[in-house]
Design a protein around this ligand. Structure first.
Ligand code: SF4
Length: 613
């Protein structure tokens, strides 16, 4: 108790500057907790109490938020916190062996903190570096292209307690790896060019261009962008401080996706123009970028860019000299929750709450951030809006296909010669993409991440487009030598890990499915388990609250239908097999008692069915 009070005394001097920077506003709770943790190493109980007092929030609310996000720690963690990216493409590049190697070198058990509290080693969901994996995070900073040599060197650096600033710079190198350029990636976009074009057009004309373009959201759902913008523009504001908002969803957490990382790194001017254009068109005063925690390393450069825009009159009051255009942009960091990619969960998180998806309707366009009309668009969508401001809606509609206009950025990884970012007009065939990235022996492509579609070889003539194979951008390629069962098992664990736990079908169903897959992997599976997976798939699809649960079994469903032998060769028998082998468990008891007669074996003496002699 006395230590807690002593801690609280120490905390007082470090926390108020954080509270003041966020004006003691509860909507910044996630940001405040991030900074408190940065200052203290973790979130001790006394710190949670101090945050609750400062923000006038119930302590249970603060603790509930702190406990929701995987990058928050309520107990001490290692001074070096190593998190390996656990996407299937990282595994294919050997991340599993590298984790074991590092744990052995550092004498630490995976998932535990070393006794001297120096280091912890664990895994995290995809860190968005699949084109340059195996990747990991050390104290939140991404490192790429790991190898046995690099892991050995890292273990030495950690033992010596070398600060990250002294680590080899090349370990932190993150390349864009742009392999195919088209209308978006193919040219430089000067700061403000697109915004000036939009302002010159005027609000109604800009909206008309958006309609003409038929731009659809690039985050996966493909909702028509101009309808969102028009709804938010026309919707009445609520409350004493009426406002409209633009939210940029930069929480690209879908495993295998990293295109937004490149847009945020090298096309931020275009993105900020797109956000400002949306703000101008709908009459918003504030844009918020929700940046995934794994991309925190981009924050300084992005904030610098925003400061430059303010100096250039592209943000602030009377933007570009327009009397009725006051607009600014702020960046919020996520804290490790895949579900926050869902737009209403993202809004909850922005408001300083647990990232649990809202019940819809009402939709964000009419009742979004802080209950006000809000446009939520993906990074790529907003970049495309900027292109439309410059070149017009008809030009944009002339690219791609009738229902899928414009171009699409693909994040290509896996068994290919040249992983990276490829920009194509919509309508390109999967075979063409595979040819371009050097995927000579592909047996399957997982399009749009684990929640998307798994295509087998006979489907490679299909086209990337909303009317055929829609995608948020991930394009993971699996060569003939890959075990598609293990691919699906990785995805099953991903969903079980990322379920937010709000609704029972998803919370329980995703864990049951992951257990079934583990059971099959261990050689204890049977047809019964396959039937269970199909049953849970139907249940999750029908009864889950949000898209995560609804799509959690998609990869299993696809691989079971298209790569069934990968499952069947693991099945021990077509009859039911329990996961726990009771007879085997009694082996040591038999050994100790020196008995091995039939009566000492479970089932044999009694002639119970289903037990092998
Ligand atoms: Fe949360 Fe899953 Fe329910 Fe979505 S479906 S609300 S992720 S528990």
């Amino acid at each position: 108790m006395s230590q807690d009070y002593a801690e609280a005394g120490q905390l007082d001097s470090r926390l108020p500057p954080i509270f003041e920077r966020y004006r003691y506003e509860a909507r910044y709770l996630v940001q405040i907790l991030r900074e408190v943790q940065d200052a203290l190493g973790h979130l001790p109980a006394a710190a949670l109490s101090a945050v609750a007092r400062a923000l006038c929030l119930p302590r249970a609310r603060v603790e509930g938020v702190a406990g929701f996000y995987s990058f928050f720690h309520l107990t001490p963690v290692g001074r070096y916190r190593v998190l390996f990216s656990d996407n299937i493409t990282d595994r294919m590049l050997g991340s599993g062996e590298l984790i074991d190697r590092l744990c052995n070198k550092l004498w630490v058990e995976r998932g535990k903190v070393s006794e001297d509290r120096l280091v912890s080693v664990d895994t995290t969901s995809c860190t968005g570096m699949c084109d340059q994996g195996p990747a990991l995070l050390v104290n939140g900073r991404p490192l790429t292209r790991m190898s046995a040599e690099r892991i050995d060197r890292i273990s030495e650096l950690i033992r010596k307690q070398a600060p990250l600033s002294d680590w080899p710079r090349e370990y932190f190198l993150i390349e864009d790896n742009i392999r195919r350029y088209d209308e978006l990636l193919g040219r430089q976009w000067p700061n403000g060019e697109a915004l000036k074009a939009a302002v010159a057009r005027g609000r109604e004309a800009m909206l008309a261009e958006m309609k003409l373009s038929n731009l659809r959201g690039r985050g996966g759902a493909g909702f028509t962008t101009h309808i969102k913008w028009e709804s938010a523009r026309r919707a009445p504001c609520a409350g004493e401080t009426p406002a409209r908002y633009v939210v940029c969803n930069a929480d690209e957490g879908e495993p295998g996706t990293f295109k937004d990382r490149v847009l945020l790194s090298s096309y931020a001017d275009l993105l900020f123009d797109g956000i400002s254009i949306a703000g101008f068109t709908i009459g918003a005063t504030l844009g918020l970028v929700y940046l995934r925690g794994e991309y925190a390393y981009l924050l300084p450069a992005l904030n610098e860019n925003l400061a430059r825009r303010r100096r250039d009159g592209l943000l602030g009051t009377r933007v570009l000299g327009e009397d009725d255009f006051n607009f600014d942009i702020e960046i919020h960091l996520g804290a490790g929750a895949y579900v926050c990619g869902e737009e209403t969960a993202l809004l909850e998180s922005l408001e300083g709450k647990r990232g649990v998806p809202r019940i819809r309707p009402p939709f964000p366009a009419t009742e979004g951030y802080l209950g006000q009309p809000t446009v939520v668009n993906n990074v790529e969508t907003l970049c495309k809006a900027a292109l439309i401001a410059v070149n017009g809606g008809a030009w944009f509609a002339g690219l791609g296909t009738k229902q899928s206009t414009g171009t699409k950025l693909l994040s290509i990884s896996g068994d290919v010669e040249t992983p990276g970012i490829y920009e194509y007009p919509f309508g390109v065939s999967v075979a063409q993409v595979l040819n371009d990235c050097g995927a000579g022996n592909a047996q399957a492509v997982q399009v749009s991440g684990p929640s998307g579609t798994c295509l087998a070889m006979h489907e490679f003539s299909r086209r990337i487009a909303f009317e055929d194979v829609p995608t948020a951008g991930a394009f993971m390629v699996f060569g003939e030598h890959r075990d598609m069962f293990e691919v699906a098992r990785n995805f099953a664990h991903f969903f079980a890990h990322e379920s937010c736990g709000f609704c029972t079908p998803c919370r329980v169903g995703t864990s049951l499915v992951a257990n079934c897959m583990d059971k099959i992997a261990s050689g204890q599976g049977s047809q019964h388990d396959i039937n269970e997976i199909f049953k849970i798939h139907r249940l999750l699809h029908a009864a889950s609250h949000c898209g995560l649960g609804q799509s959690a079994c998609n990869p299993l469903f696809d691989t079971l239908n298209k790569f069934r032998p990968a499952y069947e060769r693991r099945l021990r028998s077509l009859a039911f097999k329990p996961a726990f082998d009771l007879d085997q468990a009694l082996a040591s008891a038999r050994q100790m008692t020196g008995r091995d007669d039939p009566a000492a074996h479970f089932g044999l003496a009694a002639g119970l069915p289903g037990v092998e002699a």
